[in-house]
Write a protein that binds this ligand. Structure first.
Ligand SMILES: Nc1ncnc2c1ncn2[C@@H]1O[C@@H]2COP(=O)(O)O[C@H]2[C@H]1O
Length: 607
């Protein structure tokens, strides 16, 4: 393309009106015409900025990656548009990737020529300043994605009325007891929240605050201070309310945030938003469970088989003990991992392992001690389980011991979802079952019968899903219903009473199941029939609890992270969405592409 065509293009460009001809000539002399084929990048996000491009013909896609690494469409721009100006103006790296859609011809302008034009034309400079500001805020609003349900044109409108506020370390942003009438989103830096009881938590890029006051008209219960130099986007109360009134998905997102962060204020949410609080009967399809438990079963089960064979063959005591330990945990660990694989918002495996282990070393001795002092006279070696009173008392003691450990380790506040209770309950129950198996197996070893030990271990491994893990998972779910009833009391009395009933019924059922399992029938067939029935009832109940628990997690997850269809033509080749995302604030592991943690409401980020 000739120099004349380039200068004609610049002369006709609306941004450059009024620039003297000789200066346009100087700028045009350093301009080159460049062509790009479909899919070729003009600019790459994160690169250093030395030039900008005027699009002469064709279209470009502007995209960026959000906090969790996913490509977002920011804009599609056509001929006449200028790209690359943000990096030049702010002397920063490229904020987005710009890719050619079809064949594109553009004028490439170096930094010096751009600065010359900006210097000579106040119109050019002012309009670039304005565009850059709106593009920058628009990009921040898009990548924080709490606004992802708002159509792009509206979001650009919002970007125009959103303010950027820079704050310095130690600045007081919200005073305790004050009425907050703005909504804040953090784009850089970190702020600190001081709650009651000296609790402290942090908010970082992508996090927001101020919504509680705006939604509930209550004064702030916390103090918020900048803990480093930070940058915030600030939106006024009326703009925030406008967005909530017009966009139901955004309204639901913020109600979910109130439910997570300040459940005691849910009943104070302004009346116009109330209808959304009533829990809808929605049935989203849960994603498929991860199959990690199969690997665990294969490794531990395989290890147990191999160890059993070698131990029997070599008659080695040490190998017997190793086989005893592996045989004791194979069923329980696989079971817990199976239940955990159905959880969408899990805590770390280490936490679960701790509950398992401590239940084994605390709940078993505790139950044993209580059984000795309350039920059996010291020295009596034969316990008559044929009277229902005894298995019933054993059941009450053992279930209480397991639940106590579970509750002591996992505060009920952390049992946010029904699935938390089910998983932690299963771990506490299975820690108990594992140590019981080891003790039973050991008693056979002491009697010098390794075959007896292996039989006990095999039978207990096969029966393990029917027993302790299932019972304690159900009992922990009962505790969860009981505590969540008190949380929802202010909102819906009927539902809170139904939860109390559910809790009582589940606890009674668990105690009966456990007692019937232990009951000694004189008839072998009757015993077997009872064990099968107890197993079937327990597992069926557990199945329904898991189903309800997954649905609840999925509801929270999808409400806070509404699905958005990105109509991207090109995915950033550097996109690398993590398989799972761990929340910096509460440690919850969320499925990939989740943007906000459904347990604490904090923004998730790629590591
Ligand atoms: N939100 C946005 N809307 C339109 N264009 C944008 C947006 N954000 C960034 N860009 C453009 O993409 C370019 C990437 O490189 P720069 O940051 O230099 O300049 C950027 C802008 O020209």
């Amino acid at each position: 393309m000739s120099f004349e065509v380039a200068i004609d293009f610049l002369r006709d460009h609306s941004l450059l009106h009024g620039i003297p001809e000789n200066e346009l000539q100087i700028a045009a002399s350093s301009i080159e015409t460049v062509s790009f084929a479909d899919g070729e990048p003009l600019l790459i996000e994160g690169d250093t900025s030395d030039d900008c491009f005027f699009i002469m013909s064709g279209k470009v896609q502007v995209s960026s990656r959000n906090l969790v690494g996913k490509t977002l469409l920011l804009a599609e721009l056509g001929s006449g548009s200028l790209v690359g100006e943000m990096g030049l103006l702010h002397n920063e790296r490229r904020t987005a990737r710009v890719t050619a859609i079809g064949d594109v011809v553009a004028l490439r302008m170096e930094r010096e020529a751009f600065e010359l034009l900006a210097d000579r034309s106040p119109l050019f400079y002012e309009s670039i300043l304005l565009t850059v500001r709106i593009r920058m805020i628009h990009r921040m609003l898009r990548s924080a994605s709490i606004w992802s349900a708002i159509p792009d044109a509206e979001l650009r409108g919002l970007a125009e009325i959103t303010l950027i506020r820079k704050v310095t370390k130690s600045d007081l942003l919200v005073a305790k007891g004050s009425l907050v009438d703005q909504f804040f989103m953090i784009t850089k830096g970190r702020v600190e929240i001081h709650g009651s009881k000296k609790q402290k938590s942090f908010l970082r890029e992508g996090d927001f605050f101020g919504e509680t006051g705006l939604l509930t008209d209550t004064s702030s219960e916390v103090e918020i201070v900048a803990s480093e130099d930070s940058e915030l986007l600030v939106m006024g109360k009326s703009e925030f309310q406008y967005v909530l009134n017009y966009y139901a998905p955004v309204r639901k997102q913020f109600l979910e945030i109130v439910r997570i962060r300040t459940p005691h204020l849910l009943s104070k949410v302004a009346l116009e938003y109330r209808d959304e609080i009533i829990e809808e009967e929605q049935k989203p399809v849960p994603p498929k469970a991860k199959e990690r438990w199969v690997d665990i079963l294969l490794w531990l089960g395989g290890g147990f088989v191999v160890l059993s064979i070698i131990a029997l063959f070599l008659q080695s005591n040490w190998l017997n003990i190793a086989a005893l330990i592996v045989g004791g945990i194979v069923g329980p660990v696989t079971f817990v991992s199976f239940i955990r694989s159905h959880q969408l918002l899990g805590f770390s495996q280490a936490r679960l392992g701790l509950v398992f282990l401590l239940s084994a070393i605390i709940a078993v001795p505790l139950a044993w001690f209580l059984e000795r002092i309350w039920l059996f006279d010291v020295g009596v070696s034969h316990f008559d389980f044929a009277h229902f009173r005894l298995p019933l008392s054993v059941s009450v003691i053992e279930e209480s011991a397991k639940l106590l450990v579970c509750i002591a380790l996992v505060r009920t506040k952390q049992m946010h979802f029904l699935m938390d209770a089910v998983v932690f309950g299963a771990a506490a129950g299975m820690g108990f079952a594992a140590i019981e198996s080891v003790i039973y197996g050991w008693s056979h070893l002491e009697g010098a019968s390794s075959v007896g030990m292996f039989s006990v271990l095999w039978i207990r491994a096969l029966l393990s899903p029917f027993g302790h893990g299932t019972w304690t998972a159900i009992a922990a779910a009962a505790i969860w219903f009981g505590t969540s009833a008190s949380r929802s009391k202010g909102l819906n009395k009927a539902s809170s009473w139904s939860k109390v009933w559910r809790a009582a019924a589940l606890l009674t059922l668990v105690i009966l199941l456990h007692a019937m399992w232990d009951f000694r029938f004189t008839n072998g067939l009757a015993k077997m029939g009872m064990m099968v029935s107890v197993g079937i009832v327990g597992l069926t109940l557990l199945y329904f609890l898991i189903r309800a628990g997954r649905r609840e997690e999925l509801h929270a997850l999808t409400t806070l992270n509404p699905y958005v269809q990105e109509s991207l033509r090109f995915i950033d080749p550097e996109e690398k969405a993590a398989d799972e995302l761990r929340c910096d604030s509460c440690g919850t592991v969320s499925p990939k592409e989740t943007r906000y943690c459904a347990r604490c409401g904090h923004a998730l980020r790629m590591k």
